[in-house]
Design a binder for this molecule. Structure first.
Ligand code: FRU
Length: 440
């Protein structure tokens, strides 16, 4: 059945006209080319999406002086590197969340801590992205928001949370708890597409935060516009101000990404109660209908009275003949969380891969100070044929951290830092009661 999606009045559009302004290789919006001889954090694991331990206001925090990050991870099966290409490209089928700690936050110092969640917490086989957040008002309670994912018998993807405690002493960081998982909300076919509407639906990467304007806890997530896949009408709202004679490309309607949002019932955060009855899903903040089918890992920065929304996307998920580099895109609102949003830099592109190395990095995450962390995916081959897979170099480790300046509705790449460098903006308070390693 044909069903035209009715997006709410506040949903902002990333339009076709905006996306026509996306250009690779502008030096202010392009990641530096990564050297072929980049260092690897740990030879026994491959990691990709990564995030720093943070507070619910978005600041990266240290815990008792330790920097902590989580990563999606798989253990390397073949340490000789022979099958690394296949292992890397099938990694989603074995993904689990692991963690690292470091005294300095320097890339060279990260120590691998192993699994974060107990396998008893797994409701589905795969643990995908989310965020690791110190629980406000507690000494050492920490919530891992993540995506519980399965691809059979049907595609299932549920934003979820598992909670535990963080501990540290002079030798390192470890965790307790993380034994169960609470599902927060599911794709409902009303605010976002579900699996019946779109077998390729995306519904993942929960990012909770407190909105400073109303003090309520909201959660962003990756989603698609509700409605049957491919049945959307790409009207004037989705097109924007197109140049004369421009025709919307065929297949544009297969681009239906959205940035979803839900709100937690008042009082539930204090109780640490994230169960589904406490969440209300709202209409999406931004839609990319007619432009792109994926806006992943959405996250938010409040700065200078402006609200910045960031999301990662791919060249391959653009629709209707549009294109742009893999990287981080963004939107800004002058009027708070519910917009209206306009694309940063007019196009939406904030930091893309250089065209000389189109798959070198992904899963960029912008912190409130403007530091952007990403992982190295695949560097092009060296020698005569850059497309020869035999000479690709797989990353599976963190990229150089870069800094961007947020200047109103424009962004500028201004600094390049070390591989996997993390800077904290706050220290988590230290108590005495939870200072000791448990006896067992
Ligand atoms: C981004 C992403 C996330 C997802 C994870 C799965 O790189 O696609 O949306 O949670 O990777 O590996």
């Amino acid at each position: 059945m044909f069903r035209r999606n009715i997006l709410s009045s506040y949903t902002s559009r990333w339009t076709i006209a905006d996306a026509l302004k996306v250009h690779a290789d502008d030096p202010t919006t392009t990641m530096p080319v990564i050297a072929q001889d980049f260092p690897t954090m740990d030879e026994s694991v491959m990691i990709w999406d990564t995030g720093a331990l943070r507070n619910i206001h978005g600041q990266t925090v240290t815990f008792k002086g330790w920097h902590v990050i989580w990563s999606l991870a798989v253990d390397k099966i073949d340490l000789t590197n022979a099958d690394i290409y296949d292992e890397w490209h099938s990694r989603n089928n074995r993904a689990y969340i692991g963690y690292w700690y470091s005294r300095t936050g320097n890339g060279a110092d990260w120590q691998w801590g192993g699994r974060l969640l107990n396998t008893s917490a797994d409701l589905r086989p795969h643990e995908w992205s989310g965020g690791l957040v110190m629980r406000e008002g507690t000494g050492n309670v920490v919530d891992m928001f993540y995506t519980s994912e399965a691809d059979s018998p049907i595609n299932q993807s549920v934003p979820s949370v598992s909670s535990g405690q963080i501990f540290a002493d002079e030798n390192g960081v470890w965790f307790g708890g993380f034994e169960t998982t609470t599902e927060m909300f599911s794709a409902d076919g009303i605010h976002n597409a579900n699996s019946q509407q779109d077998e390729y639906f995306d519904f993942r990467d929960p990012h909770p935060f407190i909105n400073p304007a109303d003090g309520r806890l909201y959660c962003l997530y990756e989603s698609n516009v509700a409605g049957m896949r491919g049945d959307f009408v790409i009207g004037s709202d989705e097109q924007g101000a197109l140049p004369p004679g421009f025709e919307v490309g065929s297949g544009a309607q297969y681009g239906a990404a959205s940035i979803g949002i839900a709100v937690l019932a008042d009082g539930a955060y204090k109780k640490g109660d994230f169960s589904s009855t406490n969440w209300t899903q709202l209409d999406p903040l931004v839609s990319a209908l007619g432009v792109n089918d994926q806006m992943e890992r959405p996250h938010i920065v409040f700065k200078d009275g402006l609200t910045y929304l960031f999301t990662i996307s791919h060249h391959s998920t653009y629709s209707g003949g549009l294109g742009g580099p893999d990287g981080v895109y963004g939107f800004v609102s002058e009027k708070g969380l519910f917009g209206p949003y306009k694309p940063l830099n007019a196009s939406g592109l904030v930091l893309g891969n250089p065209s000389a190395a189109p798959y070198q990095t992904y899963s960029h995450f912008v912190d409130p100070a403007g530091y952007v962390q990403a992982f190295i995916d695949t560097l092009p081959g060296v020698g005569e044929d850059p497309n020869n897979p035999a000479t690709f170099r797989i990353g599976a480790t963190l990229a150089p951290t870069v800094k961007i300046e947020l200047d109103g509705d424009r962004t500028f790449l201004t600094e390049v830092h070390g591989y996997g460098q993390v800077y904290a903006q706050a220290a988590w308070p230290v108590g005495a009661a939870w200072d000791k390693r448990p006896a067992n």
